[in-house]
Write a protein that binds this ligand. Structure first.
Ligand code: ZN
Length: 342
């Protein structure tokens, strides 16, 4: 098969080349991928994937959708079924899996990180990781959903504190896949969305997705503007996946007793902790990665009901993975970058 393979680390990787077809292990379904989507973690893996247990060569790609080629008996999957990937292969037996918290499974192995991923013509993943694509949704839109929209879903509605009407959320760095998804989902839930970004194009994109207030963080004092927009209180929730460059602003934009959720640190992972501010203002910090199978099903139900379409900026081919990664690395995207495969 053709695949984007990480043979070594660096900006000249991965290479799109021939690679052996996957051989499904017991319990796994083989799927012919029709689309995949890019995520920042692809760049992280290309840069060394520090802290993520993996071996080279590795097929990159976390998000994917396609058609079932073969599946284990009793899995509920049949050849030809249109499916999308829950990218985390979980053990299904540990206490976290038993209570439905698959992202906390200690043995979790994510496609494109710990095991071969979706930038390929074929992939084998456990049958439990494949869900039906909602009717009316194409492969490319389906592939754009899992990482960005599931991650956004858990940050906004998970952790037993669902965001809803009457609440305010600040989405930092609107433009990227997860942040775009946060704007859309928070708006859909009836919350008032404030969004920051670095360019008029990205801010217009955020406004089109539902942001009521947009703030250019290069030219404006973000906390000051947020306080002005929230009667001096600050927002209930800040979603920040930018990291070091914006973390201080985020701590100043959240209300007393509010929450700052992070799912990424593209500008660095070591901003000042500001512990006095945290305890005096009783701010909660929550880390979040992807979401559970149940959260994924709820997200897909919203898509199936026709209430949500993923924001896709551009579609590339599998052979164009290097160009797509360069576009992602340039940081100018507005929505998901998707690969069309086959
Ligand atoms: Zn488990």
């Amino acid at each position: 098969m053709r695949a984007a393979v990480l043979d070594h680390y660096g900006e000249d990787a991965p290479s799109v080349r021939d690679f052996p077809d996957p051989e499904p292990a017991p319990g796994e379904a083989l799927v012919r991928l029709r689309a995949a989507a890019l995520n920042h973690v692809d760049l992280y893996m290309r840069g060394g994937g520090q802290g993520i247990t993996h071996r080279l060569p590795l097929v990159l790609g976390v998000d994917g959708a396609g058609e079932v080629v073969s599946a284990p008996d009793g899995s509920g999957l049949s050849p030809g079924d249109r499916v999308l990937l829950y990218p985390a292969a979980f053990c299904g037996r540990c206490p976290e899996c038993q209570r439905g918290e698959q992202p906390l499974c200690a043995r979790v192995r994510i496609a494109g990180e710990h095991r071969h991923g979706t930038f390929a013509e074929l992939i084998a993943m456990p049958a439990a990781c494949w869900l039906p694509i909602p009717a009316g949704i194409g492969f490319e839109e389906a592939a754009a959903l899992p990482v960005a929209y599931l991650t956004a879903w858990r940050m906004l509605f998970g952790w037993d504190r669902p965001l809803g009407p009457g609440q305010t959320v600040l989405v930092v760095g609107a433009g990227g896949g997860v942040a775009s998804a946060c704007v859309q989902l928070a708006h859909l839930a009836g919350a008032r969305v404030l969004a920051t970004s670095s360019s008029p194009e990205k801010l217009a994109h955020a406004a089109a997705l539902g942001a009521a207030v947009t703030i250019d963080y290069r030219t404006e004092d973000v906390p000051k503007r947020v306080l002005a927009e929230t009667g001096g209180a600050g927002v209930d929730l800040v979603v920040d996946n930018v990291g070091a460059a914006t973390w201080g602003q985020s701590l100043r934009a959240v209300r007393r007793g509010g929450r700052v959720v992070t799912c990424g640190a593209t500008t660095g992972g070591d901003p000042p902790a500001e512990l006095q501010r945290l305890f005096i203002r009783q701010i909660q910090i929550q880390g979040s990665t992807m979401g559970s199978l149940e959260e994924f099903r709820r997200l897909l139900a919203v898509v199936a009901a026709g209430r949500l379409r993923p924001a896709i900026e551009r579609v590339f081919t599998l052979e164009e993975v290097p160009a797509a990664l360069a576009h992602l690395a340039a940081g100018a995207q507005r929505g998901k970058l998707v690969l069309r495969i086959g």
